[in-house]
Design a binder for this molecule. Structure first.
Ligand SMILES: NC(=O)c1ccc[n+]([C@@H]2O[C@H](COP(=O)([O-])OP(=O)(O)OC[C@H]3O[C@@H](n4cnc5c(N)ncnc54)[C@H](O)[C@@H]3O)[C@@H](O)[C@H]2O)c1
Ligand SMILES: O=P(O)(O)OC[C@@H](O)[C@@H](O)[C@H](O)[C@H](O)CO
Length: 433
């Protein structure tokens, strides 16, 4: 029997299906928790998944073999443009949880961390929310859905961001409340009272599915699955916040403060990924595992982990274990995690994954060679080295990529007067030719 829809997801992609949907399907009360999932933008995955009634295969790819399991937590799939269907779920009192995996850029923040009200798409959505037309951005869709819920008297619910952003619950609350306050003064107080913005650390490496994966699923299971998902055996989910209308009995960790866990993961795992994406692709590698087989990249990663670990508030033993586990995960030769996939949206990722270490090290009077290397490698990438640039926010940085001081003035104005840092970045850039 199909589970009733009690969860709604925005950003239907690989990671959501390997992580939140997997946790929901594996929960002891899975029969009570169906998910209606919406793509962020293009309809393609929704159409393909809907044609399979939401069913897909999760390929859990270990270093030696694959395990394949049919997944059924997703009971409806819709294109993100179907705002009527989106609001149609949010007005149901039994819908208790909204999850998000929409990428860092989709939160549309300005430099202060609030909603970027100068963004034309945000301004258009402000008008759309006011006039009852269909919004396009993620904050716009959330606000439209919450306005519909309020009007229907459907009660409180939880919004759970699962994107790689520090304080992703607070980030989501801020952009939603900024838009709501600008659109309808009565809506923001209702959201403050009725919506719980849960903060999470999510972790499961999920590379893009390839045609070989599609073929392998068909051969092994007999199911002609057009949209299987590949992931690694490791998985982790740490959450902090309330679920006022209930939640599935996920086998996750619930804590008062996610910060130490997210700092560990964002700096060591994601920061390490970004280092390899820019510096490793410039050395001719295509995947994380290939870069890990290069002793030069391995040394660079180890330097980064030494530097970043100083700024993770966890015991040394725990960090050593995490590094060992990360090494095993990154060297899994059967996971083809493309450096080009990880390199995308660097202008959004560097400030989160690398700049906190750079700032803290400079404040302590040290020159952090590894953080400088990631920055120099990203600048090299903007100049055309390694993985191609796939980043909507990159244009102003590309214009300034010829000058480290100009680029720094835009990326991190507080560091722009640091001449020693500028020299260090420039000299690494020269060294890389
Ligand atoms: N892939 C991983 O290993 C992994 C692991 C942990 C967390 N995450 C988080 O999940 C996010 C999605 O990763 P994925 O692997 O599922 O990617 P994906 O490309 O498979 O899916 C991304 C989804 O986000 C939507 N989207 C992208 N940009 C958007 C925008 N500007 N506005 C609205 N929607 C947008 C897409 O339409 C799609 O539905 C990542 O950005 C990251 O924050 C991913
Ligand atoms: O998903 P992104 O684009 O934010 O970052 C790319 C990778 O660093 C990321 O997806 C990791 O694989 C993931 O965070 C592991 O849990």
């Amino acid at each position: 029997m199909t589970a009733p829809v009690r969860m709604v997801h925005l950003g239907l992609g690989g990671f959501f299906r390997a992580h939140q949907a997997w946790y929901t399907g594996a929960a002891p009360d899975a029969a009570d928790w169906g998910i209606a999932a919406f793509t962020g933008r293009s309809p393609e995955l929704a159409d393909r998944l809907a044609a399979q009634h939401g069913r897909y295969t999760l390929i859990v790819r270990g270093p030696e073999h694959d395990e394949m399991a049919a997944q059924s937590a997703v009971v409806a799939a819709h294109p993100g443009t179907d705002v009527a269907a989106w609001c149609g779920y949010l007005v149901r009192p039994e819908v208790a949880v909204v999850t998000l995996t929409v990428t860092e850029a989709a939160y549309r923040r300005d430099r202060s961390g609030g909603l970027d009200l100068s963004d034309p798409a945000v301004r258009a959505d402000l008008e759309a929310v006011r006039s009852g037309a269909a919004p396009v951005t993620v904050p716009g869709r959330l606000v439209a859905g919450l306005a519909a819920r309020r009007a229907a008297g459907a009660g409180p619910l939880a919004v759970v961001s699962c994107d790689n952003l520090p304080g992703n619950g607070e980030v989501t609350a801020r952009v939603v409340l900024d838009l709501a306050a600008a659109a309808d003064p009565a809506l923001a107080p209702w959201i403050r009272d009725s919506v719980s913005f849960v903060t999470t650390m999510v972790d499961r490496i999920t590379p893009r599915t390839t045609d070989d994966d599609v073929r392998a699923v068909h051969e092994r299971t007999g199911f002609a699955d057009a949209v299987p998902v590949v992931t690694e055996p490791f998985t982790e989910w740490v959450l902090s916040g309330d679920f006022p209308a209930g939640r599935p009995a996920w086998d996750a960790r619930f804590v008062g403060d996610v910060t130490p866990h997210e700092t560990r993961k964002l700096l060591l795992l994601n920061g390490g990924h970004s280092l390899l994406a820019y510096a490793g692709s410039a050395r001719g590698h295509d995947t994380i595992a290939e870069a890990m087989a290069d002793p030069v990249c391995r040394d660079w990663l180890s330097e980064w982990w030494d530097e970043a670990s100083r700024h993770v508030p966890l015991p040394a033993g725990e960090l050593a274990d995490y590094r060992a586990a990360l090494t095993a995960r990154f060297t899994n030769p059967r996971i083809r995690h493309l450096l080009a996939q990880i390199a995308a949206d660097g202008s959004q990722k560097l400030p989160i994954r690398v700049l906190p270490v750079l700032r803290a090290e400079r404040a302590a009077g040290r020159m952090p060679g590894a953080a400088v290397r990631v920055l120099a490698a990203w600048i090299g990438h903007l100049r055309g080295l390694g993985a191609p640039v796939n980043d909507e926010g990159a244009a102003p940085y590309r214009k300034r990529a010829g000058s480290v001081p100009d680029l720094l003035a835009l990326l991190a104005p507080d560091l722009a007067g640091d001449n020693d840092l500028i020299k260090a970045v420039e000299s690494l850039g020269r060294g890389r030719g």
